[in-house]
Design a protein around this ligand. Structure first.
Ligand code: PMP
Length: 433
């Protein structure tokens, strides 16, 4: 066998593939779109993750979002350890669930009632059911390139892993169900109006990532979210903001507060679980009151509101209750993006970045990046090369050109500077090829 510099990860990947499809429990982890062996992680602290071969990396994935204060935040660890000592799960209500619901409703504008579940996928699936049950309409409208988890109705022209693999939808999603999912173009209100005109009184909701984070990182054009609100109000459909990624990431009041829009329903996940499996959906009281056991719309979960997840999420959210954290996250991320841009410019490589708070996107192409088409027009081969050059230099970026990156509060000046140094070398090599 040829010698590689990742023998332990190679061996683990080979072993994993015997019993786990593709060797991973979520497709993008497999490095399929960038090639090479996925790094098997052994431990992490702050901004750094370590792999099975003893290498350290500055981590810009952060478990795909939750690690906004870095890995092993002391308050989160402490809360989880304390809870683990008194019980993992009871299947009966706990005070921590009320604390979480109260905290979420206090911080997220327009969140009047909330139901906790165990993943972002569950949150969006349930929000759709609520929207359909409440309006009595079956169709939903989503945007191409937005990913809302792997629920059947939502696995149509979805983003991230599906874009990475070029699969527009998935076998196993019945055509009859997919036909109820209408797809519009992100940042294009006319594409939404056309669908409403063609499907009068039958669209239950628009579901949207207020900042699209599953086709890299595409911010909403000014007026786009406002326009969606107006269309929903006029046409009797509910507006669902899928804030699984943006919730408590783009700011302390989520994208809902940042952009000042009033969605009818909001979904959350990632950060609110502090790294443990969690999801939540909620919004207007009159809509949420239709949910069982109050109303007829059914939704449930053995581990919903799980005590460990509540303890981790509450500890993280309480630690985030400090506006200065978001200001410094944003300026750190700006430092990173402008440093990368300057390095690319110096090397003469066409390159653009996008940023909302501590979410960012990197593109091998010249902007502006406002649509999925613009993201798709960028040079994916150059991204792959860049990804590996950075990995070799100890920087762990998302292994796909269709994923947003995340900066944490544990990324200090040193980590940002080291990342930009690595990028300078990488861009110079790319310019030569
Ligand atoms: N919605 C959005 C916007 C997401 O980014 C994701 C996951 N990346 C989901 C839903 C699904 O969440 P989960 O992976 O926890 O099921």
């Amino acid at each position: 066998m040829a010698q590689t510099d990742t023998p332990r990860s190679d061996a683990l990947f080979a072993r994993a593939q015997k019993t786990i499809p593709g060797g991973v429990n979520s497709p993008v982890r497999a490095f399929k779109s960038v090639g090479g062996t996925p790094r098997f992680i052994t431990h992490a602290k702050g901004a750094i993750i370590h792999d099975a071969d003893g290498k350290a990396y500055i981590d810009y994935v952060g478990s795909w979002g939750p690690m906004i204060l870095g890995h092993q935040h002391p308050a989160v660890i402490d809360a989880v350890v304390k809870q683990a000592a008194i019980g993992m799960s009871y299947g009966a209500p706990t005070e921590a669930e009320i604390d979480m619901a109260e905290l979420l409703c206090a911080r997220v504008p327009h969140l009047e009632m909330v139901r906790l579940c165990s993943s972002g996928t569950e949150a969006t699936m349930s929000a759709l059911r609520v929207a359909r049950g409440y309006t009595g309409r079956d169709k939903i409208l989503k945007f191409e390139g937005c990913y809302h988890g792997h629920g059947d109705s939502l696995l149509v022209k979805a983003g991230s892993g599906l874009l990475t693999f070029g699969v527009p939808t998935s076998p196993g999603v019945p055509a009859e169900l997919a036909a109820l999912t209408l797809t519009a173009t992100y940042n294009d209100l006319d594409s939404v109006r056309v669908l409403f005109d063609a499907n009068p009184d039958s669209i239950s909701c628009i579901i949207v990532e207020p900042v699209a984070g599953n086709m890299n990182c595409v911010p909403p054009r000014p007026g786009f979210l406002e326009g969606l609100r107006e269309i929903c109000t006029q046409r009797g459909a509910l507006l669902i903001f899928d804030e699984v990624m943006t919730g408590f990431r783009v700011g302390p009041t989520c994208a809902t507060g940042l952009y000042g829009i009033a969605p009818d329903l909001i979904t959350l996940g990632k950060i609110i679980g502090g790294g443990l499996p969690v999801g939540a959906f909620g919004g207007r009281r009159d809509v949420m009151q239709k949910l069982a056991p109050l109303g007829p719309i059914y939704q449930a979960g053995t581990l919903s509101g799980n005590p460990l997840a509540m303890s981790a999420g509450l500890a993280l959210l309480r630690a985030l209750d400090d506006a200065s954290i978001y200001a410094s996250l944003e300026s750190r991320t700006r430092e990173l993006c402008s440093g990368l841009q300057a390095s690319a410019d110096a090397a003469g490589v066409a390159f653009t970045t996008t940023q909302v708070g501590s979410m960012f996107g990197l593109y091998f192409g010249s902007g502006p990046i406002e649509t999925l088409a613009a993201v798709g027009a960028c040079d994916i081969e150059r991204f792959k090369r860049f990804f590996h050059l950075m990995l070799d230099r100890g920087v762990y970026l998302a292994p796909s050109a269709y994923e947003a990156g995340f900066v944490s509060a544990a990324h200090g000046e040193r980590e940002i500077a080291a990342t930009i140094d690595a990028a300078r070398e990488a861009f110079a090599l790319i310019a030569k090829s």
